[in-house]
Design a protein around this ligand. Structure first.
Ligand code: SF4
Length: 190
């Protein structure tokens, strides 16, 4: 199975999601906690609105739209891959959402996944990513991407592969509140 940023997000929410859904093949009903990351795609709207401003504001020297990228573990589609003046690159992702003074962890994880994919495919460092909140007049928010962030999503991808490949029943989330609304709570051994 090739892993997507959604799998990583679910796995980080609780590793047992990976087990129930992909080892036991019990479909889940999405909880709103991570459903939020699956924003509507906005290809037509965004293309017209954002032609020139990114280059000016963010120091973009090159832009690659709608990139489907893979490596040996992960696959994902990045709305835009930006090449910046300092020689680094950055993913940019559009969110059909309002900015409410906080970037959701799910959005960050998605950018970390893209950063990993970009580094593997373009062979340039990624140190930041950008989110565009289309319901806040295209507000652009910069998200730092540290080496440990990329390492964390890589570790999650490896754990997912291990769980599925070896039928491992993983540890429960340490955040017990998540179990209260979990779709698997009736079959999950606490
Ligand atoms: S009940 Fe809790 S431990 Fe079990 S899958 Fe759900 S969130 Fe994870």
């Amino acid at each position: 199975m090739s892993i997507t940023p959604s799998h990583i997000i679910q796995h980080l929410y609780c590793p047992r999601f990976t087990y129930f859904e992909y080892v036991l093949a019990i479909p889940q009903y999405e909880s709103r906690n991570y459903k939020v990351m699956r924003g509507r795609h906005l290809h037509d709207e965004r293309l017209e609105q954002n032609k020139g401003y990114l280059r000016r504001r963010l120091g973009v020297v090159n832009r690659y739209d709608d990139q489907y990228l893979t490596n040996n573990l992960l696959r994902g589609r990045v709305d835009e891959v930006l090449e910046l003046q300092d020689g680094s690159m950055a993913p940019l992702d559009y969110k059909f959402a309002e900015y409410k003074d906080k970037v959701y962890d799910t959005y960050k994880t998605q950018l970390y996944c893209y950063a990993w994919l970009i580094e593997d495919n373009f062979r340039k460092p990624v140190r930041r990513g950008f989110l565009v909140y289309t319901r806040s007049r295209n507000k652009v928010v910069e998200v730092p991407v540290r080496d440990e962030d990329k390492a964390a999503v890589r570790a999650a991808a490896e754990a997912i592969r291990e769980i599925i490949g070896k039928n491992i029943f993983p540890r429960a989330t340490k955040y017990k509140r998540r179990c209260l609304t979990c779709t698997y709570r009736n079959i999950c051994i606490k």
